[in-house]
Ligand binder design. Structure first.
Ligand SMILES: [Zn+2]
Length: 452
């Protein structure tokens, strides 16, 4: 250990049944920006992203394409990795839930829950949405018996299930959220979770019978069942931290002492649609095995197109890679960071994209070219070693505010992106005011000067 501060940042792992889209790109670029900023500020950073590769949807999509599930996952993982390379993502680790190491950590995690008497066997009977892999109550689905998320018809199932005693952690979780106001940002999402927790928390079904779904991690205590895909997926954050050594004896796998590992994660970045799994299931599961919870959860909003949701079926999905090809990766990165208030929603329109794109050219680009040409013209092309005036104080203040906020409140990212534009504007204004009048007499270097 070198004594430097450390930061472990994660994106969600993306479901490998579809191609990377603007929403994935946003979350990944946001995390990338925070990771780069942490590195610049002297942190040792572990930045992890990856793909979520088990579950019914993958199994079904592979069948549809006439592939083995792993073949589909290999292809999609490659697509995601290629996308992140093109978008200049600086991740340190790309994790796949089909990796042997991850599967071993999931097994160890479930065994640990079992050993601590956190799991019991029960029967689930009720309604199930195959597409979202979740159960619904009679009340949820209404008269037409449709899934509340995807709208597809649900099916009635009655099956053996293993349940995690999530309800036992309700009070501890509420206390944690109340005592740590910045644990979930932004605040509107924190309040949403606190609202959710005012209802009694149920236990969590953590298994699916293999008779229905075989593409998953087999439970260590019942080989006829696989882990519920969400439980499997959430554990990726722990796998990446290196805290758990599944090959060690049960009592020394690392659950009692995470020293030397990257756990707990400093920041999970995720969309508001998967906030409950991250802010309720995940921390309670961690409490169940006796591990510390992540330090912060940043929940971002959704991208819509105009005023409609971006969706495959509507055919209005914006491809970030296509945009990058046309305007350059930096323009895409800038647009996404500048346009969406961190935590809120934003609407993609070509006009707004161009507005942000032109801002780079007209404000930052103009300033850069003005400064460069003035240095050439008045300082023989050498950057003068002069005492700072003008913007120095402003820049110093901005940087220190952003630094202080960056790790403590990642939501500050958006406002931080507005600052350089504001400063560039005032710098341009200052330059215009201070452009020396005598330059007009300098015929040698200024052929267009009218006062020759
Ligand atoms: Zn559904």
């Amino acid at each position: 250990m070198n004594g430097r501060p450390r930061a472990y940042l994660t994106t969600p792992i993306y479901y490998a049944s579809g191609e990377p889209h603007l929403g994935h790109a946003y979350a990944t670029i946001l995390t990338d920006v925070l990771a780069r900023f942490a590195r610049q500020n002297g942190y040792d950073v572990l930045f992890q992203t990856g793909t979520d590769e088990h579950g019914q949807k993958i199994q079904a999509e592979a069948e549809k394409r006439g592939l083995e599930p792993i073949e589909l996952c290999d292809t999609m993982a490659e697509h995601f990795e290629a996308a992140w390379e093109r978008l200049d993502i600086s991740h340190d680790r790309f994790i796949r839930t089909t990796e042997e190491e991850h599967k071993a950590v999931v097994t160890a995690f479930l065994q640990r829950l079992w050993d601590r008497d956190q799991i019991y066997e029960g029967t689930y009977s009720g309604w199930y949405c195959v597409s979202d892999e979740r159960y619904w109550t009679e009340k949820d689905i209404g008269e037409d018996k449709r899934c509340q998320i995807c709208g597809k018809p649900v099916t009635f199932v009655e099956e053996k299930n293993y349940f995690f005693k999530m309800s036992e952690y309700q009070d501890a979780l509420v206390r944690h959220i109340e005592e740590n106001p910045g644990w979930i940002v932004p605040e509107v999402r924190r309040n949403e979770i606190l609202g959710f927790l005012r209802q009694p928390l149920t236990d969590l079904s953590i298994s699916r019978p293999k008779s229905r779904l075989s593409w998953g991690v087999t439970l260590p205590f019942d080989e006829d069942h696989v882990a519920y895909v969400w439980v499997d997926a959430l554990i990726n954050y722990l796998t990446g931290s290196g805290a758990i050594d599944p090959s060690a004896a049960r009592e020394s796998q690392g659950f009692d002492d995470v020293t030397g590992s990257w756990w707990p994660a400093d920041l999970h970045v995720l969309g508001k649609d998967i906030l409950t799994t991250h802010a309720v299931y995940w921390p309670t599961l961690l409490m169940g095995v006796g591990l510390p919870v992540p330090r912060r959860i940043l929940s971002h909003g959704w991208w819509v197109v105009g005023d409609t949701k971006m969706s495959k079926s509507l055919g209005n999905v914006v491809d970030p890679l296509e945009l990058g090809e046309k305007f350059g990766t930096d323009a895409v990165r800038w647009y996404l960071m500048r346009e969406m208030p961190t935590g809120g929603d934003a609407s993609y329109t070509p006009e707004r994209f161009l507005t942000r794109y032109n801002e780079l050219a007209n404000v930052l680009g103009n300033l850069a070219s003005r400064v460069t040409s003035m240095i050439v013209k008045y300082r023989d092309g050498v950057v003068p070693d002069a005492a700072g005036r003008g913007l120095d104080e402003d820049i110093r203040r901005t940087l220190s505010t952003v630094r202080a906020r960056s790790m403590a409140a990642a939501k500050a990212s958006w406002t931080s992106h507005a600052r350089p534009m504001a400063m560039s504007k005032s710098a341009s204004l200052g330059l215009r005011r201070r452009t020396p009048i005598p330059s007009r007499r300098s015929t040698k270097r200024s052929p267009r000067s009218p006062a020759a």
